[in-house]
Design a protein around this ligand. Structure first.
Ligand SMILES: [Zn+2]
Length: 123
């Protein structure tokens, strides 16, 4: 499952607070309850694949690219002075002529797995 309104979600994620818990784990403010956090785990692979998990209902129901995962990835990118954009089609992502990553679940055996593409640029 991928989001249909990815640009809207991305705008929302840019206003969310993230902080790093450890190397692969981040805590991201919940949008439904500002007093709560969601826990995001991310793993980067050499082939440009990013595996992410989150504790929110969307992610638990096999959704990719929730606002928490986006906020976590944007937080990590900002530390390297990079800005991310999220795309639901690979073609759109490739057209940006930036480095492209593929964001998906942690589950390798899921044939119905659907991901989104991320482009990364400096600044
Ligand atoms: Zn989430």
């Amino acid at each position: 499952m991928k989001p249909t309104n990815i640009k809207q979600l991305q705008a929302q994620s840019r206003r969310m607070q993230a902080r790093r818990v450890d190397r692969h784990t981040l805590a991201v403010q919940s949008t439904s309850n500002p007093m709560a956090n969601h826990i995001v785990t991310v793993e980067f692979h050499e082939d440009g694949t990013v595996h992410a998990r989150c504790t929110c209902p969307w992610a638990i129901n096999r959704g990719v690219a929730c606002t928490h995962v986006m906020a976590a990835l944007e937080y990590l990118a900002a530390m390297k002075n990079r800005t991310l954009s999220f795309w639901t089609s690979e073609e759109e992502a490739r057209r940006q002529k930036h480095r492209v990553f593929y964001l998906t679940h942690n589950d390798h055996d899921d044939e119905q797995d659907e991901g989104v593409w991320i482009t990364s640029r400096v600044g």
